[in-house]
Design a protein around this ligand. Structure first.
Ligand code: PHE
Length: 460
């Protein structure tokens, strides 16, 4: 037998590490621009519905797959599936997606480093929205700086992941996530006092049902998966280190609750400011990098706030990239028998190669398009809106229909020592709601695309 696997030391460590994985750029960078592009209130409503009706059950499925197998993602499926079946093939999709996410995520995480340094150096002080828009444009298209930060970020990530589980992850997540929340709260209050607050709140919270389209549904689904770190087997991998007494369902609900709270608070900072400064909510990935520095520059002591905020956002990103990296590292170590050091290096080299392509997508490689998208957009779109939900369907069906029922029950109730009131609804969602909902959103998209195609071909 190989040496015993690492375990998270404390229960709070478990929750903190999984929350650390969930909370990151997904909440503060991706959520506001996705909500902005997809109609605000309607998007938020569907998003919350997906988080709790589909997200929480799938978190539970990942947790129970991971904890009952104590293995990397491939090993987990191989241990739990019936002989001769092929469920384990899905783990390759998870590993591939985690590397794709790590690549483009590191570009944006690199931007947080640039903005931290610039805040300290005073480069963003006293600036107008136009100046900040140009600044972002120049910084990301002058590819060498964005590229450099991507690589710096990945090297920092490497320094942590090679040390293994306990030393790195647990300690960082415990301190940094609460700190980030404090800063977010301060700026939330600040934004709520702006003249555009009422319009911002209306945009974020009052759903306009006519805005609900298949595209909005797919966007909300992808965002729920991305933000909860679902469907790439991060949570399978983390749960493989959980102890027996961790309450899975309660932890899943806490993670989903906190993650949603962070996203909403980020929205509460951004949208009042957008309406106050007359910036369009549909600006896309650059939104937060243009709006937040301006909010800071309008606040007394703005430079310090900006530096603290971007630095904490960088730390929140790194607790997420550590969790993405753990998927391939545990796979390389356990299946390919690499040392942790070598596995971490391989993970980093792959991410540097693809991350560089993603960084260059804003400048030198902006014209390199696959399916009409730059490499950055392609990785961002296909992971969240396709690969993660596809894995989600498979995890749900596997746990809901194909795993040993007694094992599922004993995992979710910790051998009947916990009373889990939502047990039945979780299993019901895994069996029916989650797979059918995801599938119908896919079909709905496809049918619509076909119709558009038909429409244009007939009108030519
Ligand atoms: N959930 C993370 C975020 O919101 C991103 C992530 C995706 C982390 C997939 C791990 C796996 O920033």
């Amino acid at each position: 037998m190989s040496k015993p696997r690492a375990q998270f030391a404390t229960r709070i460590g478990v929750i903190a590490a999984s929350v650390g994985s969930a909370i990151g750029l997904g909440n503060i960078w991706r959520f506001p621009y996705e909500a902005g592009q997809h109609g605000g209130g309607a998007f938020l409503l569907i998003y919350i519905l997906f988080v709790f009706a589909i997200g929480v059950p799938i978190i539970c499925s990942e947790f129970l797959i991971g904890r009952s197998s104590h293995s990397n993602v491939l090993g987990a499926f191989q241990k739990l599936e019936q002989k001769g079946s092929k469920w384990h093939l899905i783990s390759y999709v998870g590993i591939l997606s985690s590397l794709m996410i790590l690549s483009f995520y590191s570009v944006v995480a690199g931007w947080t480093l640039e903005y931290t340094i610039q805040s300290v150096a005073g480069g963003l002080k006293d600036s107008s929205p136009d100046y900040l828009a140009n600044y972002f444009q120049e910084f990301t298209t002058q590819s060498n700086r964005s590229l450099m930060w991507t690589i710096v970020f990945l090297l920092l990530n490497y320094l942590i992941i090679r040390k293994g589980l306990k030393n790195g992850i647990e300690r960082m997540s415990n301190i940094m996530t609460p700190l980030l929340f404090v800063i977010l709260l301060v700026f939330c209050v600040n934004s709520l006092m702006m003249p555009g607050a009422a319009d911002g709140l209306k945009f974020l919270f009052v759903p306009d049902f006519s805005k609900i389209t298949p595209k909005v549904m797919l966007g909300a689904l992808g965002q729920a998966f991305f933000s909860l770190s679902l469907g790439v087997s991060t949570l399978i991998t983390y749960a493989s280190y959980f102890k027996k007494d961790v309450p899975l369902v309660r932890s899943a609900s806490i993670i989903a609750g906190l993650d949603t709270l962070f996203a909403i608070v980020a929205g509460l900072i951004i949208f009042p400011a957008l309406f106050t400064y007359g910036i369009e909510p549909t600006e896309g990935p650059k939104l937060v990098f243009e709006v937040l520095p301006y909010i800071f520059s309008q606040t007394p002591g703005g430079q310090i706030w900006a530096a603290a905020f971007f630095f904490l956002l960088f730390l929140a990103s790194i607790t997420s990239t550590i969790s993405m990296s753990e998927i391939s590292i545990s796979f390389f170590c356990e299946e390919w028998k690499m040392t942790r050091e070598k596995a971490s290096m391989l993970n980093t080299v792959i991410a540097i190669v693809f991350g560089s392509l993603c960084a260059l997508s804003f400048g030198a490689a902006a014209d390199w398009k696959i399916f009409g998208m730059t490499v950055f957009d392609l990785f961002n779109f296909t992971t969240a809106n396709l690969l993660m939900p596809v894995c989600g369907i498979v995890f749900a069906i596997f746990a809901g229909w194909f795993m040993d029922k007694k094992l599922v029950r004993s995992q979710l109730t910790n051998d009947e020592t916990l009373k889990v009131r939502t047990y039945k609804s979780i299993v019901f969602s895994l069996r029916y709601i989650a797979p059918l909902a995801i599938l119908s959103i896919f079909l709905y998209q496809h049918i619509l695309l076909d119709l558009v195609f038909l429409f244009f071909s007939q009108n030519q």
